[in-house]
Design a protein around this ligand. Structure first.
Ligand code: MRU
Length: 345
């Protein structure tokens, strides 16, 4: 996959491949300001926990330039960074990235230096994210049988990260090792990240993929057609409870019922050790129109509403293991997380 988040220093703009238009069209959106980037994050031009963290890190560089002409630039910078960090509530990578860049510019003597430092830190975060995905791929690939069908939910691929992917990174690495991996991609309503983005990425790489309509997983699992499930994560609490795209919990319950390994692949930036359990993870509730009016076509009778929670929480007890860039964590997960990530970044 080509890069989908690109910062252009010459024009000091952030270029984002518009994921809402994929796979039909490759259209790029330009962000000059924090407000434009917040809108791009909220409307899912860029989405996926690590990817919105990377984009927001570059957004901090935009923010520094925006306040450059102001006398009290540091005072003006603070609310801009807070707006960025709060653009979506569930993926912890977003706030993590903004706080990391804020720290990097904390002692800058002027806004121009702050902007340069912010850009350098954003580039480091971006490169590190790709490196973490590759390391997860290395650890996760070893867990898969030589020939298998893997089910995944949503898109946890290159498009959802700085590049390479978490769950799809594991699949890419397994294929690179010579394993025969076929993928079943849940379509992932209401925004079709599986049908549109996971299928697109894997097809581009020549990895066999078929899309499943929502609800088909149980019957294929019952027939023995799935050997493993791998998903990404938006936030993992200290006890291992994992927030991910709505529908993940149902897949985890099914995997448990049918005795199929259920893996979460996530970098250390997705762990939130300050949150004790999944009960405290904020869950984004999005516009009901995404459910009632998919692809701009009204399918629900007028006057009937919809619920649209964007994420659910899978209890740690349903996870076989968490694949991180530092190794594979096995239950008891709370102890494993503290041991491996206790002093994290
Ligand atoms: O609403 P989205 O598309 O941003 O949700 C994305 C997911 O739930 C992904 O599975 C998660 O961010 C992991 S991405 C490596």
């Amino acid at each position: 996959m080509q890069p989908h988040i690109v910062f252009d220093d010459a024009s000091w703009t952030l270029q984002l491949l518009d994921q809402r238009r994929l796979p039909q069209e490759s259209i790029w959106i330009t962000c000059n300001t924090v407000a434009q980037l917040v809108d791009a994050i909220q409307t899912m031009v860029v989405r996926g926990a690590p990817a919105i963290g990377v984009a927001a890190a570059y957004g901090c560089a935009l923010a520094c330039r925006q306040v450059a002409s102001q006398d009290h630039w540091r005072t003006s910078l603070k609310p801009l960074l807070e707006t960025l960090a709060a653009a979506r509530p569930t993926a912890v990578n977003l706030r993590w990235a903004v706080e990391r860049v804020a720290q990097a510019v904390a002692t800058a003597p002027n806004p121009h230096t702050a902007a340069a430092l912010a850009l350098a830190e954003a580039r480091t975060i971006h490169e590190e994210d790709i490196g973490m995905c590759q390391a997860m791929g290395h650890f996760g690939a070893a867990l898969l049988p030589d020939s298998c069908t893997v089910l995944t939910h949503c898109n946890a691929g290159a498009l959802a990260t700085g590049g390479y992917g978490t769950a799809l990174g594991v699949i890419r690495a397994a294929v690179a090792m010579g394993k025969q991996v076929r993928v079943l991609a849940d379509e992932t309503r209401p925004l079709w990240q599986g049908a549109r983005l996971t299928a697109y990425e894997l097809a581009c790489d020549g990895i066999p993929v078929e899309v499943l309509c929502e609800g088909a997983a149980a019957s294929l699992m019952a027939r023995g057609e799935v050997q493993a499930v791998i998903v990404g994560a938006d936030r993992i609490a200290a006890n291992g409870d994992t927030a991910n795209k709505i529908g993940t919990l149902g897949i985890a319950v099914l995997a448990h019922h049918f005795g199929i390994p259920f893996y979460v692949a996530a970098p250390s930036s997705t762990f939130d050790l300050a949150t004790a359990s999944g009960a405290a993870i904020p869950i984004e509730e999005r516009d009901a129109k995404e459910v009632t009016c998919p692809c701009s076509t009204a399918i629900v009778p007028q006057g009937v509403g919809a619920r649209n929670p964007a994420f659910d929480v899978t209890p740690a007890g349903l996870l076989t293991a968490i694949i991180t860039e530092r190794g594979v964590l096995y239950p008891p997960l709370e102890e494993a997380i503290t041991a491996v990530l206790g002093g994290r970044p």
